[in-house]
Write a protein that binds this ligand. Structure first.
Ligand code: DC
Length: 228
């Protein structure tokens, strides 16, 4: 059975970090679905398209060429990995992600990404909409303050400027929009494992997630057992 692991949760909950570590440990593909919405926001800006023009955005979503190559994220052949990580790109992503036409346009691309040897997919609706039959579903949360702090450190490490109170406000605003939209709102799947990570280290979170993955896919133990 093709291993499919979904990690959903709000902005800054550490999904991306955990998804990457998990994929590396078990040799699985890693799908950063948030990057797709960030790329679409960027592509729309480049094309001069309004973030509210659902039909045109869906067209761009269907025609943009996306490649993930290690740390590189290519949009129509150009590496924009750094550009899509800004808060501005995150906000644009959250807006285009609220449009049903856009979500429909990106659905099949995401499902097609789940090929051998398997995938770890992180986002908001991986366990609820994109991969409802995934064997392992994690819903990762942390307080808004803790998430803002993590984001602040992440941005600083990348040499991007940030301001903590602004980040808390933006995170709360984005949570609100992601949780209350009509299509695929941020919500744990009924069969998701809920993990509150405010006071946990990355290692502690990873250990629990690895435990969940091995329960569903014991065959992966050969590739990177509990002790790593
Ligand atoms: O995970 P992220 O911060 O890169 O996501 C950016 C935005 O994209 C986020 O505000 C909500 C949206 N998103 C979504 O709606 N569905 C997903 N599966 C992933 C991200």
């Amino acid at each position: 059975m093709l291993p499919i692991v979904t990690i959903d949760g709000p902005s800054g909950s550490g999904k991306g970090t955990i998804a990457k570590l998990l994929a590396a440990r078990f040799g699985l593909r890693c799908l950063d679905s948030g990057a797709l919405y960030r790329l679409l926001g960027l592509a729309a800006r480049q094309a001069g398209t309004s973030l509210a023009d659902a039909d045109r955005l869906a067209e761009i979503a269907r025609s943009m060429r996306v490649e993930f190559e290690g740390e590189r994220v290519l949009l129509d052949g150009v590496d924009v990995a750094l550009e899509i990580r800004t808060e501005q790109a995150g906000n644009a992503a959250s807006k285009v992600a609220a449009l049903p036409e856009v979500r429909a346009a990106l659905l099949q691309w995401q499902r097609d990404y789940a090929r051998a040897p398997g995938v770890v997919a992180d986002g908001r609706d991986m366990g609820t909409v994109v991969f409802p039959a995934a064997g392992t579903k994690i819903f990762l949360t942390a307080s808004a303050e803790e998430r803002a702090k993590r984001r602040y450190n992440q941005l600083n490490e990348k040499g991007l400027s940030a301001n903590l109170p602004d980040l808390v406000a933006e995170i709360q605003e984005r949570d609100e929009r992601d949780s209350n939209r009509s299509v695929a709102p941020l919500r744990p799947a009924s069969d998701a494992f809920l993990l509150e990570s405010t006071s946990l280290s990355v290692d502690e979170v990873l250990k629990q997630v690895v435990g969940q993955v091995l329960k569903a896919y014991p065959e992966l133990a050969e590739k990177g057992g509990p002790a790593g």
